[in-house]
Design a protein around this ligand. Structure first.
Ligand code: LAN
Length: 682
């Protein structure tokens, strides 16, 4: 499929109920929509949305997309001898095959049309571990892709790590991840404690597996696989020669000469290393792993270290409590989606979805209806019950920032607070506290604000989980090959905007509280956002596609710092959006925008991006603009009879390359945008 074609799932049924609208010839009308049509759309949208709220008051949904996660999970089931049930097996197979490209391979995410060795070889191995026969037609095509593109020897390093543990690759074919790095003084620039928390938590178990050369015996199934994923006999392969062998599709950046030098130095160290020091280093690494396990209740920060830490426990002691606990939580990452059983990109996205849902519902004129009130009460319960109440024990020793007062992306048991989740959680909590029977204490709300302030970076922006701990120079030593920009927690437009909005809310909620500090933080944040605005008026987004998402945050962030809506920065941003509106009134931005780093149009307008654009225009004072009428009309017409909106292209992103699915975005943002639009016309 070409990047500019529509993924097949965008053809889901659209059965608009157009009361008050004439279809289709007024699709291009520049008149306001009749209030009755808006009311009806919001009524049905809200009823549907309320009907899918969970028992615990949250919204959640499919969080799949990245194609390297389920293979890692399946590898763990094989290594730790925890086979999935027959139903799970069949649904996992369906998932892999639904993502297979026409050329036989599998891309980095489910909608990627370019296959990568990384995800193709991992998927192939997983399918075989799930007992798929090698002569099945799809398997033969996948195998052909692997063999035609350099075999497993050309896979990005994270695939090689998994293959090593499966005894399908040899550790001397990897560049070392030295456990001894964790014995460096904490201030040493190369201490892994300075890395973005996700990279740091992934390389921790990798260091352990490397340091112990953990692998399973090569049983007949592994022997058979060896002959399938390589083009030469396994015993004859000189793995050490293939440390840098890489399929061009897997390469997301070129390796710097510094990294070559560092790798050479680490290999020299590895040849000479002292077993006593290694033992000390492994003990230290294990302490960090145990700390992460305990402080996340064995959920772990994300899916990759969830799998790898499980493997560490298995090799450490298969009968031990750590291994057994791991298997109580690991399956919670599985999700039965429309396209099969997958591993989600997080243990859930409940807090994030719920905080947005609250704000969306609150923005509609229907917030006072009994349906809305009931949903909001429940949602408040979720938000309250999932605020983080304590810092993790020995936080400095284990390189953790404070946590108390924060909100995570998923739930309190996971517990890693995130800058923008804290901000959205705080905004939602404040919006609902007046009607809450048992509200969050003022003390805890103030702690959220202190936490947000403590996260601000010297550049005025906010990163994702922590303050930025090191410079971008360290990206030169990124060993992943397939992911760019994973070594540093940079300041992001989205996170900065969310934090500024929360600080603005805080000033209204707690007049006089930390006034000077909050004002200064807002000014510095404002400058950060101004600096990030592009010449064309847009902001580049990092966590969803892409300029429509970033521009929504850019504009709302600046407005939260007190910039008036007629300021040139805001008007320029709106002009940028107007430039990209489709004829049918919608916006459609292709994920290629993230890769190419300039706006790439999607041939079909997407409800989610249309909603972001409409939300931006409404807050910027343009709800009366013909473009806003056309956008609102587009959203109303796209709504299904059941009140939902059809599933479209995936829009979540990370590390500029990998799409991830936010199943509730289309619902939340369509409601939010239509709500703001309707209020502006009331
Ligand atoms: C997420 C999910 C949430 C997301 C937002 C809160 C939406 C964002 O505004 C800030 C960044 C954050 C927290 C984020 C960062 C990267 C994550 C954790 C993910 C996209 C979910 C999965 C991804 C993680 C890195 C996947 C594992 C892959 C690696 C390369 C380690």
């Amino acid at each position: 499929m070409s990047p500019y074609e529509t993924p097949s799932n965008t053809h889901a049924v659209i059965t608009p109920d157009c009361s008050g609208l004439q279809q289709p010839h007024d699709a291009f009308s520049t008149q306001p929509i009749p209030q009755s049509a808006l009311t009806d759309a919001l009524d049905r949208g809200l009823a549907f949305f309320a009907s899918i709220q969970e028992e615990d008051g949250s919204w959640c949904g499919d969080y799949g997309g990245p194609m390297f996660l389920l293979p890692m999970y399946v590898a763990a089931t094989a290594i730790c001898k925890r086979p999935p049930s027959e139903t799970q097996r069949a649904e996992m197979v369906r998932y892999f095959l639904s993502a297979q490209n026409a050329d036989g391979g599998v891309g980095i995410h489910a909608e990627a049309d370019e296959s990568m060795m990384f995800t193709t070889v991992l998927s192939y191995v997983a399918l075989r571990l799930l007992d798929e026969a090698p002569d099945r037609e799809e398997m033969a095509r996948m195998r052909r892709w692997i063999r035609d593109h350099g075999s497993a020897l050309a896979a990005a390093s994270w695939a090689k790590w998994i293959l090593c543990v499966l005894h399908l690759y040899e550790y001397d074919g990897l560049h070392p991840i030295l456990p001894e790095l964790y014995l460096l003084p904490a201030q040493a620039p190369l201490h892994p404690g300075h890395l973005w928390c996700h990279a740091r938590q992934v390389y921790l178990p990798m260091a352990y597996l490397y340091g112990t050369r953990a692998k399973i015996p090569a049983d007949p199934r592994i022997q058979a696989l060896r002959s399938e994923i390589y083009t030469q006999p396994y015993e004859r392969i000189r793995f050490a020669k293939h440390r840098d062998t890489l399929c061009p599709n897997d390469r997301s950046y070129t390796l710097s000469p510094f990294a070559h030098l560092a790798n050479a130095a680490m290999h020299a160290f590895e040849r000479l290393h002292s077993p006593v020091l290694r033992k000390r280093a492994l003990d230290e690494v294990k302490r960090h792993i145990d700390h992460e396990d305990r402080s996340t209740n064995f959920i772990r920060i994300g899916p990759v270290n969830a799998v790898l830490n499980t493997l560490v426990h298995y090799f450490d002691n298969p009968q031990g409590a750590g291994h057994l606990r791991s298997w109580e939580t690991l399956p919670t990452y599985l999700w039965q989606g429309h396209d099969g059983l997958k591993m989600n990109g997080y243990n859930s996205c409940k807090l994030w979805d719920t905080a947005f849902a609250v704000q969306a519902i609150q923005a509609t004129p229907h917030a006072e209806t009994s349906t809305a009130q009931a949903a909001l009460q429940q949602a408040y319960r979720y938000i309250k019950n999932n605020q983080v109440l304590e810092d993790v024990p020995e936080k400095d020793r284990y390189f953790r920032h404070a946590s108390r007062g924060g909100w995570p992306f998923s739930d309190r048991l996971h517990g890693w607070p995130i800058t923008d989740c804290t901000s959205e959680g705080f905004k939602a909590a404040v919006a609902l506290e007046a009607q809450a029977t048992d509200p969050i204490s003022e003390d805890l709300l103030r702690d959220s604000i202190r936490l947000i302030l403590s996260f601000q970076n010297p550049d005025g922006g906010w990163a994702s989980y922590e303050r930025q701990r090191t410079g971008s120079w360290i990206e030169r030593f990124n060993p992943s090959q397939a992911f760019r920009d994973i070594m540093v927690d940079y300041s992001y437009t989205e996170c900065t905007s969310a934090c500024l909005q929360a600080l603005d809310t805080a000033q209204q909620r707690f007049p006089g509280f930390l006034t000077g500090q909050i004002e200064r933080a807002k000014q510095r944040g404002q400058q950060f956002l101004r600096d990030k605005q592009r010449e064309d008026g847009s902001w580049e987004g990092s966590w969803a596609v892409c300029f429509t998402y970033g521009t929504w945050f850019g504009v709302w962030g600046l407005l939260a710092t007190g910039i008036p809506s007629d300021a040139p920065a805001i008007q320029k941003a709106c002009a940028f959006l107007l430039d990209h509106q489709h004829q049918d009134g919608g916006w459609g931005e292709h994920y290629q925008s993230c890769l190419q780093r300039h706006y790439v149009d999607h041939p079909n307008a997407q409800a989610v991006q249309t909603a972001w654009a409409l939300m931006t225009l409404c807050k910027a004072g343009h709800a009366q603009h013909p473009a806003a009428h056309r956008a609102a009309r587009f959203l109303v017409q796209r709504q299904q009879a059941d009140g939902d909106w059809p599933r479209e292209a995936m829009v979540g992103v990370f590390n500029k390359t990998t799409l991830i699915n936010y199943e509730n975005y289309r619902r939340t943002f369509c409601l939010w945008a239509l709500g703001l639009y309707t209020q502006a016309h009331a």
